[in-house]
Ligand binder design. Structure first.
Ligand code: SF4
Length: 268
């Protein structure tokens, strides 16, 4: 392939023509693997060097190229090799772009004993002194102090995520519940900005025990649930079952004297 010299037109023509010199340098790096075809030549920013690209031919490096940079200090100086490196070409198989772990971690990734530090510039957190006035008033009173608290935007995101989660009002459990958490004796409202809409369930028999629930969530373990224990069919208190008669066999009664005389006759 003829080298694309349009980007190197203003450089010393000896640089673009130093293909053999560049190939020799690449072959020295490649060892016994033959260096492939010369595929391109590119100018360098300062105009005093160009980089020749060759197919590398190495197993496992399909699409990679030997990049040999040659330079010259001027027309009175020889062309020399500055650098030989292996670079991926447009069709090379390369690793995906690096994504910092802080952007890769997802909910549920945190295991027992894992630490998940927050970034100093984490947009979800703001200094404690910019919290709501209510919190400002409470902190000195309670003797509490936190360097940072959730920002307003982060609190809205939390509220939306919880509301749309499996402990929100649209959950299947909530839709079939007899009443909402907000009226349940086991409902423990959160303190702070989310207190109006969220609380914790304190019923050990409820599936949400120990979890944050929306005030409009609910379950069948609601404290005020009343189960109708009466029979579906009205039943009288005392019922005689006379459909079948049980025959009781008893011993014959002893014959008395009067009985042997026959029945009494009425006085005439
Ligand atoms: S027992 Fe059920 S209704 Fe009551 S707070 Fe817990 S989840 Fe809500």
């Amino acid at each position: 392939m003829a080298p694309d010299v349009t980007t190197v037109a203003e450089t010393d023509p000896r640089l673009a023509g130093a293909v053999d010199l560049a190939r020799e340098a690449a072959q020295t790096e490649a060892g016994e693997t033959p260096v492939g075809e010369h595929v391109d030549v590119q100018g360098e920013p300062l105009g005093d060097a160009v980089t020749h690209l060759f197919d590398c031919g190495l197993r496992g490096y399909r699409g990679w190229r030997w990049a040999v940079t040659v330079a010259s200090g001027g027309s009175e100086h020889p062309v020399t090799v500055s650098e030989v490196v292996l670079l991926p070409g447009p069709a090379a198989l390369v690793a995906p772009d690096w994504v910092p772990w802080t952007e890769r971690v997802r909910a549920g990734d945190l295991g027992i004993g894992d630490l998940l530090p927050t970034d100093a510039e984490d947009p979800r957190l703001v200094p404690g002194y910019v919290a709501s006035e209510d919190v400002d008033d409470l902190l000195p009173e309670l003797g509490l102090g936190r360097p940072r608290v959730l920002s307003h935007e982060a609190r809205l995101e939390v509220a939306q995520r919880w509301r749309e989660g499996e402990r929100g009002p649209d959950a299947a459990m909530a839709r079939s519940a007899p009443a909402s958490c907000v009226t349940c004796g086991f409902y423990l409202p959160l303190a702070g900005a989310l207190s109006a809409a969220f609380g914790a369930c304190g019923n050990e028999l409820a599936p949400a025990d120990g979890q944050v629930v929306h005030a409009e969530y609910g379950c069948g373990a609601h404290s005020e649930v009343e189960v109708d224990m009466s029979a579906a069919v009205p039943v009288a208190e005392l019922v005689y079952d006379d459909a079948d008669l049980d025959v009781q066999h008893t011993a014959p009664a002893a014959v008395s004297d009067s009985a042997s005389d026959g029945p009494e006759r009425p006085a005439e």
